[in-house]
Design a binder for this molecule. Sequence first.
Ligand code: DGY
Length: 321
Amino acid sequence: MAASRKKIVVSLTVPADLRERLQNEFDLIDLPVGGNIDDVVPASDRAGIHGLLGTLRLKVDDALLARYPGVEVVSNYAVGFDNIDVDAATKRNVLVCNTPEVLDKAVADLTLGLMLCAMRDMVRGDGFVRGGKWMKGALPLSTDLAGKTLGLLGMGRIGRMVAARAKAFDMDVIYHNRKKDEAAESSGLARWVEREALFRQSDVVSVHVPLSDETTRCVGARELGWMKPSAFLVNTARGKVLDEDALVEFLRERKIAGAALDVMTVEPIGADHPLCQLDNVVLQPHVASGTVETRRAMMDLAVENLILGLRGERPRALVNA
Ligand code: DGY
């Protein structure tokens, strides 16, 4: 008798060719993004689910894994995996996979874009033209990137790519990381500094640490207070890494010059959010990896990870190796 096919829950829109690949091997149960998995899988079927493929909005904690004891692989369509309790998964022998590397360039590009938008005041310039004010007043002068110091909090793959791009803008790059990046130091790409020095010396601080217990709200009033009043803050990592209330206060009181954020503490935020009331912050709806090419590469990797894991082979990107 043929072995029964494994069942997977898919909580994202997968392109037709990849869906076909999945359907060739597994039975698929669709879960709308942000939906409740228990609404699409009746209690009697939960033990028969073998894999989960989802976005950051699929929260996978120990209680979920206990309700779905047959799950062997959780494949995240993201490099971050703060939506998954990895320790709980490891204890239950569940493989957790993510999509590293394929999005590094897109995230680094958006980081530079945000830096440019904030420092060159591009959103205000756009509003100025659209508001018919071109001939009716002067747009305040903005800030050069060249000659300024960029401080990277975190120096992983994305941090390094941001550093390389910033060098092309003639910026001086410093970073703070637990470990020194010997290649960056010896090539002259960036210099390691103490944490406090990073905030004090930088004209723009860009955050590139993953969210963990250790990094939650690791940039708060103390760190913002170390920054120059002329400095900018950019965050394309995770919103919860910042103390958002403190940031709003620093921006409102103009204790720092501005910020540019792709990520917020709670997403999505509404138009009534305090950040949306400020004119010295540029906001994006968590789209740093959101290009056609990058999202396709992430999707390929997430699907490949799931297939390999459920076949009993090693996924290409395994978090709990
Ligand atoms: C990631 O991959 O972690 C991004 O934040 C999601 O686009």
